[in-house]
Design a protein around this ligand. Structure first.
Ligand code: UT7
Length: 312
């Protein structure tokens, strides 16, 4: 879905979208594909790259706000699609911060000896919950999936350095899907009023995002005895190019060290960071020992940062 496609259906322009967000295109899954289908593809890709079989994974975690069903967990379906039955599988729902929350969760599981390998997936089919008549949200989001495998290694090779996660539920309506849950079950009127679609106070979320990304980035680096000069790659949640650039500027991280692919995918929520990580690997620029700063924010509101030493 290109900016030109939106010009045909909304009072918007390529110029507005590019200058305000950095986005040019997003991908929408075809109607027959659900989140579990996208997630399964990403999972297969990750397994292939790691030289592992589905049976080598002990736990599957899916972060999503667009699960196949309210329940059961999309992770159960993904595991089954991969031919795995009997291993742990569950979803987490913390909006765009999903992958940022999954990383320390998976690292803690493997460190504690609960699991040997954990597959963490971020997946969204946000096209299903967009109000295509609302220009302030419709143009922002896209569909996608990314997956990573976190494996137990000896302490000297442990890549997880530090994390800081947070949330503030005082104003959930800043970014939410009003109807379809226990507070507001879905009705015909709710559907007519688009209460089953994304609602967002964009400007407020923007300010919060920059502040929290900067704050938690500094916290995790300090905790890992690092400074922003040590960061080889900053992989931020891809919500808005201006947000990423503002955060990087305050952190004094040069533009060429920020991984940006927002122009191709828009905001894919919990999928954006693993997709960006995957493309960084594919580009062949990641080196053993590189320090990656993952940082993001989203509905909740929620936020977090993770410092990771690459060891592959
Ligand atoms: O993953 C977390 C999810 N959320 C976010 O990351 C959202 C963070 N927020 C943002 O990225 C930005 O706030 C937006 C991109 C959503 C909006 O950019 P902005 O610079 O904050 O614009 P604004 O909301 O202050 O709106 C400025 C104007 C308004 O018109 P008026 O009231 O000044 O006449 C909007 O109606 O831009 C208008 N506008 C548009 N115009 C053309 C809003 N959307 C569009 C559009 N095309 N698509």
């Amino acid at each position: 879905m290109s900016n030109a496609d939106f010009e045909k259906i909304l009072n918007t322009s390529d110029e507005w979208i590019v200058t305000r967000t950095g986005m040019k295109e997003r991908r929408y899954a075809p109607p027959e594909m659900a989140s579990s289908d996208l997630a399964t593809r990403a999972a297969r890709h990750a397994l292939e790259r790691a030289g592992l079989e589905p049976a080598d994974i002990d736990c599957f975690i899916v972060a999503t706000v667009t699960p196949d069903y309210h329940f059961p967990a999309t992770a159960c379906i993904v595991a089954s699609n991969l031919g795995v039955v009997g291993k742990a599988a569950f979803d987490i729902e913390i909006a765009c911060s999903g992958f940022i929350y999954e990383l320390p969760m998976a690292a803690s599981f493997v460190r504690a000896g609960v699991f040997r390998r954990v597959m963490i997936i971020g997946v969204e089919t946000l096209s299903r919950i967009l109000n295509m008549e609302d220009r302030s949200t419709a143009i922002l989001f896209g569909d996608g999936a990314g997956a990573a495998i976190v494996e137990r290694v000896e302490a000297s090779r442990d890549g997880f350095l530090s994390s800081e996660l947070g949330a503030d539920g005082n104003a959930p309506e800043m970014l939410y899907l009003p109807a379809g849950g226990s507070r507001e079950p879905l009705t015909q009127t709710g559907i007519a009023d688009k209460r089953d679609k994304v609602h967002m106070a964009g400007r407020e979320v923007f300010k919060y995002a920059v502040t929290k990304m900067v704050e938690t980035s500094l916290q995790v680096l300090e905790r890992a005895h690092l400074t922003t000069d040590d960061v080889t790659w900053m992989i931020p949640h891809q919500a808005n190019l201006r947000i990423m650039e503002a955060a990087a500027k305050r952190l004094n991280i040069p533009r060429e060290r920020i991984v940006v692919n927002i122009e191709k995918y828009g905001n894919t929520s919990s999928a954006s960071i693993p997709i960006a990580l995957s493309e960084t690997i594919e580009a062949g620029v990641l080196r053993k020992g590189d320090i990656i700063l993952f940082t993001g924010f989203g509905g909740g509101l929620s936020w977090g940062s993770v410092a990771w030493r690459w060891d592959a």
